[in-house]
Design a protein around this ligand. Structure first.
Ligand code: C2E
Ligand code: CA
Ligand code: CA
Ligand code: CA
Length: 281
């Protein structure tokens, strides 16, 4: 080895070791996290621009690490995907969300809400996904119309025929809401997308960021909204943070918004309070 190869090399090696052991530690932590109850679901409201009501939420996974605190999904979802743990964890999320929907329906004064769960590519490739979802809905006593699913554009394009089949099966189980997440970041035409049984496009945050001034973002948002509507799809804008963005989206016919301007993702009780406070305004 190059033991006298200079500081650069030594630094690089020790940094690589740290990263590798970090990663291994994280992987082991994730393997135990389900059993130890360290996963939580946060909820971020979706606001209907037509009447200003909160119509539901997106469920977002959180990992409460005993030492590190709340770990962001950007850090651990890729590891769950690579190790295949995402299948188990994904089922756990579906279960946790359906239990929560049922709890709200039976014990709270909340209006009916539709809650969206993010699916991973691996889940979508499983031929039994529709059955898994239907079983969870039945066990928890939740009607399929209250569960929404989000799949990304790139997940659909990975194996389009498989995606069509699985989504059709899911739809046949009574699921009414399937969204295409991060829309505009992949490489598919809207007309091609139309072969998928979908209802809604989520305009990616990267296009919302530049509103209402960036000319490209204006053109892209307006085009997505117009084309989506001509195909009878709903449009959700994600990552809305500022008043000017909201005003632009409202003026340009966007249907639903999500973002820090309404609320960041919050634990279930805080979300319930938010909905109640909002409906009393
Ligand atoms: P995503 O599905 O695109 O979720 C939206 C992300 O944007 C969330 O990050 C949310 O907290 C964040 N966000 C929402 N509004 C704003 C805003 O106004 N400003 C900014 N800066 N950010 C905003 P989060 O919760 O860290 O999740 C990151 C990604 O992790 C998600 O992106 C999704 O791809 C994945 N993910 C989260 N939960 C799950 C899950 O249960 N299953 C799977 N398969 N993936 C998940
Ligand atoms: Ca999403
Ligand atoms: Ca998204
Ligand atoms: Ca996004």
């Amino acid at each position: 080895a190059k033991e006298d190869g200079g500081n650069g090399y030594r630094f690089f090696t020790s940094e690589m070791n740290t990263l590798a052991s970090d990663r291994l530690e994280m992987e082991n932590g994730l393997r135990r996290a389900l059993a130890r109850g360290e996963f939580e679901v946060y909820y971020q409201p979706k606001l209907n621009l037509a009447d200003g009501r909160i119509i539901g939420a997106e469920a977002l996974l959180r990992w409460r690490h005993p030492q590190r605190g709340l770990v962001s999904p950007g850090e651990f979802i890729p590891i769950l995907e690579e190790t295949g743990l995402i299948e188990q964890v994904g089922s756990w999320v579906l279960q946790a969300v359906c239990q929560q929907i049922r709890l709200w329906q039976t014990t709270s004064a909340l209006p009916p809400l539709v809650i969206a769960v993010n699916l991973s590519g691996r889940q979508l490739q499983r031929s039994n996904l529709a059955t898994t979802i239907a079983d969870i809905l039945e066990e928890t006593g939740v009607e399929p119309r209250f569960l929404e699913l989000e799949v990304t554009e790139s997940m659909l394009m990975h194996d389009p025929q498989c995606a069509v089949d699985v989504l059709m099966q899911i739809r046949n189980k009574g699921i009414l809401h399937i969204d295409v997440d991060d829309f505009g970041t992949g490489y598919s035409s809207l007309s091609y997308l139309k072969q998928f049984p979908i209802d809604c496009l989520k305009l990616d945050k990267s296009f919302v960021d530049g509103l209402p001034l960036d000319e490209d973002d204006i053109a892209i948002s307006q085009a997505v909204i117009a084309m989506a509507h001509s195909l009878r799809l709903t449009v959700i804008a994600e990552g809305v943070e500022r008043e000017e963005q909201l005003a632009f989206l409202r003026d340009n016919g966007c249907d639903i918004i999500q973002g820090y301007i309404i609320s960041p993702p919050v634990p279930a009780p805080a979300f319930a309070q938010l909905v109640l406070a909002h409906s009393q305004q």
